[in-house]
Design a binder for this molecule. Structure first.
Ligand SMILES: O=C(O)c1ccccc1NCC(=O)[C@H](O)[C@H](O)COP(=O)(O)O
Length: 203
C-alpha cells in the first residue's frame, strides 16, 4: 500500500490530526519557507505528540552535519535532505534519510538511486523555496526508467483530486503533500482526511 506523508506541520493539533487520520509520516520544514519552524519549535511539538503510529521527518536544505545531527537528536525518525547534498553526506545519515530531487534535476534516475536513503523523493522544480510550491510537474514527460519502486516517493502539487491518477501513473511507495491539503495557508482537516482516504482507496 502506498504510504502517505503530510508535510509542513506547524501546530500540535495539525500534526496529531494527520496522524490520527492515518498519515504514515508527518513532516516539519526546518528550511527557509513560509512553513519554517526552528528546531526548538519542532521539539516543542514532538514532545507533546503521540507519534507511535507515524514516522517523523525534518525537512532540511543543505544543512551542516551538526545541524542535521541536532535535528535528529530531538527524536525525529528521518531527515529529508531537500537541497544539493552529496551522496557521502547523506550516507552518514543512512537509515534516517530521505533524499529529494526536483523533477528537472540533471542527475539520471540511476544516479539518484545511488543515494543511500530510505526514499528518493521526486518533487516539482524549485521556485521561491526548494519545495512546497504546490505546483505539479509534467507527469507524462517524466522518465521513470531506473526508478526503484520500493524507494520511490512522489511530491509536487498533489491534492485529493489528483492523487488517484498520480498513483496509477507512478505507483510510488510514498506520496508527499503540503499545499494540496491546506486552505488559506493552513492545514485543512477535511482535505487531509480526503487525501489519505483517496490514497488508501486506490492502493
Ligand atoms: O514545504 C515547504 O515549504 C518546503 C520548503 C523548502 C523545502 C522543502 C519544503 N517542503 C518539502 C515537502 O516535503 C513538500 O511536501 C513537497 O515539497 C511538496 O509540496 P507541495 O507541492 O506543496 O505539496
Amino acid at each position: 500500500m502506498t504510504k502517505v506523508k503530510i508535510c509542513g506541520m506547524q501546530t500540535i493539533e495539525d500534526a496529531q490530526y494527520a496522524i490520527d487520520a492515518g498519515a504514515d509520516f508527518i513532516g516539519f520544514v526546518l528550511a527557509p519557507s513560509k512553513r519554517q519552524l526552528t528546531i526548538d519549535e519542532m521539539r516543542g511539538i514532538l514532545e507533546k505528540l503521540d507519534t507511535k503510529n507515524a514516522g517523523t521527518v525534518g525537512v532540511m536544505v543543505n544543512p551542516s552535519r551538526e545541524e542535521a545531527e541536532e535535528a535528529l537528536e530531538t527524536g525525529l525518525d528521518y531527515i529529508q535532505f531537500h537541497g544539493d547534498e552529496a551522496p557521502a553526506f547523506v550516507e552518514d545519515f543512512k537509515d534516517h534519510a530521505i533524499k529529494a530531487f526536483p523533477s528537472n534535476s540533471e542527475l539520471g534516475n540511476s544516479e539518484k538511486f545511488e543515494y543511500p536513503s530510505n526514499f528518493i523523493l521526486i518533487d516539482s522544480p524549485r521556485k521561491e523555496y526548494y519545495g512546497g510550491s504546490g505546483s505539479q510537474f509534467d507527469w507524462e514527460a517524466f522518465d521513470q526508467e531506473g526508478l526503484e519502486p520500493s524507494r520511490f516517493a512522489l511530491a509536487g502539487g498533489l491534492k485529493p483530486e489528483n492523487i488517484g491518477e498520480a498513483i496509477s501513473i507512478f505507483k510510488p511507495a510514498l506520496v508527499d503533500v503540503s499545499s494540496g491539503v491546506e486552505s488559506d495557508g493552513k492545514k485543512d482537516p477535511e482535505k487531509v482526511s480526503r487525501f489519505i482516504k483517496n490514497v488508501k482507496e486506490v492502493s
